[in-house]
Design a protein around this ligand. Structure first.
Ligand SMILES: NC(=O)c1ccc[n+]([C@@H]2O[C@H](COP(=O)([O-])OP(=O)(O)OC[C@H]3O[C@@H](n4cnc5c(N)ncnc54)[C@H](OP(=O)(O)O)[C@@H]3O)[C@@H](O)[C@H]2O)c1
Length: 314
């Protein structure tokens, strides 16, 4: 150490966040997709939200819509499968919708069990989802949470049979450790195309537990759930005040909302995640399109990381 503390100006290069995403061989999708977990409104309300979500797509991009068979049991929903049925009604009323959507399903959570990824259940879960969604195939299907008591070779066999029958094009897993993902991949004759971890400025584990690194390694696409931490990063909630302050400062500079900056942070990771937003409000959904235009550099993202951690990086 010479005592010379002069630090060169950082390049301040903007991080890539706006480019289209690819999930396996599926058509390009917008980097912001929508989730159906909280979709318990009536058909007109849900149609309005979906129309707003199409505004998140740029030319040539489909909209990724994430659903699961278990959605509909909470958030004021009525039963297992209700959110798939809601989307199925919209798809059956407008035959043009299906081609504009990359349709992602999940299964394997059965409240009371609570996890079953046995081959019989996986096959039945997908067949039942197709019926509720009123479609002949899913673009991607994911195991929602790991079933520790099913061998990954059996999960792989079920996935392969669904693919051979043309019922599902691409596969992935959600909330799995990297070791679990690798074990499954080892038994599968084709690459897993996506994973679905929680990832937001308030929840950085996926960036540090290898989940996003595994995507960089293989080219699989992370579908980041709860990018606004379930709304806490937009409305304040119980998010760390220092994190809200950091997001607000960048938002003021960018002329953007705090929510848009939070989504832009998720999009800026080099694994090129799709941020799955969950708002049911057409105005709020439309406003998130601005996330694609927020310019973040490394000082910005590390400011957010340190505010989230509550301590400086070494
Ligand atoms: N794989 C898994 O285990 C798992 C777990 C959780 C979620 N997911 C997926 O991820 C999707 C998104 O999750 P999420 O709903 O928690 O995502 P989120 O986008 O982090 O949170 C959405 C919530 O934030 C609220 N919100 C408040 N202010 C907002 C603003 N300015 N802009 C946008 N939203 C605002 C929304 O309320 P309003 O509707 O009133 O705008 C909504 O309740 C789910 O639908 C599901 O598909 C997967």
């Amino acid at each position: 150490m010479t005592g010379d503390l002069r630090i060169p100006d950082p390049p301040g290069e903007p991080l890539r966040n706006a480019v289209s995403r690819r999930i396996g061989a599926l058509p390009p999708v917008s980097p912001i997709g929508v989730g159906y977990w909280r979709t318990v409104g009536d058909d007109d309300t849900n149609r309005g939200a979906l129309e707003a979500a199409f505004g998140l797509c740029e030319r040539g991009e489909a909209l990724l819509v994430d659903n699961a068979d278990v959605y509909g049991l909470d958030w004021g929903g009525s039963h297992f499968g209700a959110c798939e049925e809601a989307l199925g009604r919209l798809l059956s009323r407008d035959s043009t919708l299906r081609d504009r959507i990359v349709l992602v399903g999940k299964g394997g959570i059965i409240p009371g069990v609570p996890y079953d990824s046995s081959p019989d259940w996986i096959v039945r879960a997908v067949e039942d989802s197709l019926g509720r969604l009123r479609v002949d195939h899913l673009d991607a299907w994911l195991v929602h949470r790991p079933d520790h008591f099913t061998h990954p070779a059996d999960v792989a066999a079920a996935m392969s049979s669904l693919r051979q029958r043309g019922l599902v094009a691409e596969f992935g897993v959600s909330n799995h450790t990297v070791a679990q993902v690798r074990a499954l991949q080892q038994h599968l004759g084709f690459p897993l195309a996506c994973v679905q971890p929680e990832f937001s400025p308030a929840s950085l584990d996926a960036m540090r537990d290898g989940s996003l690194d595994w995507c960089c390694e293989t080219g699989a696409t992370p579908l980041a759930w709860s990018p606004l931490a379930g709304g806490r990063l937009a409305d304040g909630g119980d998010a760390p005040p220092a994190l809200l302050e950091a997001l607000d400062a960048i938002a003021a500079r960018e002329g953007a909302t705090r929510a848009a900056v939070a989504v832009a942070f998720v999009l800026a990771h080099p694994s090129l995640p799709v941020a799955l937003v969950g708002s049911q409000d057409p105005g709020r959904i439309a406003a998130l399109a601005a996330a694609r235009h927020v310019r973040l550099d490394r000082s910005d993202v590390y400011r957010i990381v340190q505010a989230s951690d509550g301590r400086p990086l070494p």
